[in-house]
Ligand binder design. Structure first.
Ligand SMILES: N[C@@H](CCC(=O)N[C@@H](CS)C(=O)NCC(=O)O)C(=O)O
Length: 369
């Protein structure tokens, strides 16, 4: 064998991944989650998928199998053989996919559990990948699967993995929080200002919110909403009316991001929240300059609603969750309230949003600032 061939073989053997995850549960419970079929059925798939069938014969040489399905109907299954079962310190089992490019390849998973800080440090080693691409793909998958494991075992459920980082007064943060509330997802709110180290560490553009699901991080509200929608059960955040409604939703999201937020929040509301005029008063000239543009844009939304209750389709969707917190601010200040008075369709839409549990649940902190 040439030196290059020898090196290539050695490297191939080294395509493995290791990760450590802290779980607030005793080691026995974590161990059992890997060997009981009811437990496997509850957690063992990435976010956005479901386990459709799980079996586990937890004896040395016994087999397990996990079948998973995505919302689009695609399905995958993996299985293998338990090789070491040392409750609650260590287990090892083989892992093979039944579909896809790694079909038939036997890889090995070793899980070491160590008591730590009243919970368990789970260390996983997964060896036998043919190349770095497969290893990295599995790494991302395992992060997502272990988010489900934490949801399953941690007393706080998904609030142990899902974190919204930002200022609760921010309209964009409220949109994300409304989306999580609509989906019924428990989360942790970590207060942080734009440009603070917690924010810039994740978002190089310094804006809030930023979002974390375990080690999976996102910024930009539309991306966060898309993740939440696909990762979690609960009502869809997208309109149900087919392609036209979905595209309409994207249109309004873009309009709000590019024009409406700027006109209402940046050019008007901040004058009241952070007055920069003489004697600490809002700057009249800035407000007066913003009002005609806000009015012009409100007229666009008024026409868009027409006789409909929501902006895209027959139920609330992402664009409504973006718009409602901005209108909430607009109607708090005198000129904004007067402008809203001109537009009955917008008021009707906003009244419906105001009545939603997700709006009410995110309001207390929002208005207390
Ligand atoms: N495009 C971003 C916009 C987020 C945004 O502008 N957030 C505001 C708070 S509501 C912010 O961080 N402002 C601070 C700044 O502009 O420096 C998104 O969709 O998430």
């Amino acid at each position: 064998m040439t030196a290059v061939a020898e090196r290539t073989q050695a490297e191939a053997a080294s395509f493995e991944l290791e990760m450590t995850r802290f779980i607030r549960a005793p080691r026995e419970k974590v161990f059992d989650a890997f060997v009981r079929q009811d437990a496997l059925a509850a957690w063992h798939c990435p976010r956005g998928m479901h386990v459709t069938d799980a079996s586990a014969d937890a004896r040395i040489g016994g087999r397990y199998r996990i079948a998973m399905a995505a919302r689009d109907g695609s399905s995958f299954a993996a299985g293998g053989e338990y090789q070491v079962l040392d409750r609650a310190d260590f287990l090892a089992y083989t892992w093979s996919w039944e579909q896809g490019p790694m079909t038939g390849r036997v890889t090995l998973i070793e899980v070491t559990l160590t008591a730590k800080d009243g919970g368990t440090a789970l260390h996983m080693r997964h060896t036998g990948f043919p190349d770095a691409m497969f290893r990295d793909g599995h790494m991302a998958g395992w992060h997502s699967v272990f988010n489900n494991l934490v949801d399953y075992l941690d007393p706080e459920g998904s609030a142990a993995t899902v974190t919204v980082i930002g200022d609760p007064r921010s309209t964009y943060c409220r949109t994300v929080r409304m989306a999580l509330a609509e989906k019924g997802v428990a989360y942790t709110l970590q207060p942080a200002a734009p440009s603070s180290p917690e924010v810039t560490e994740i978002n190089p553009f310094s804006r809030i919110p930023v979002f974390r699901d375990g080690v999976i991080e996102f910024y930009e509200t539309r991306a966060i909403l898309g993740y939440i929608d696909e990762a979690f059960d609960g009502p869809s955040l997208l309109p149900t009316g087919g392609l036209t409604s979905r595209a309409r939703n994207e249109q309004w999201i873009s309009v709000i991001n590019c024009y409406f937020y700027d006109a209402v929040v940046r050019r008007y509301v901040v004058q009241y929240l952070f007055p920069k005029g003489a004697n600490g008063e809002p700057d009249r000239a800035v407000i007066d300059a913003a009002l005609p543009e806000i009015d012009r844009q409100l007229a666009v939304f008024e026409k868009a609603y027409g006789g409909q209750d929501y902006l895209a389709g027959s139920a609330a969707s992402m664009c409504d969750y973006l718009l409602a917190p901005i209108l909430c601010y607009l109607e708090r200040y005198p000129e904004g309230a007067a402008l809203m008075g001109k537009y009955p369709n917008i008021r009707r839409g906003q009244a419906l949003m105001r009545a939603r549990e997700s709006y009410i649940a995110t309001e207390a902190i929002f208005t207390a600032a």
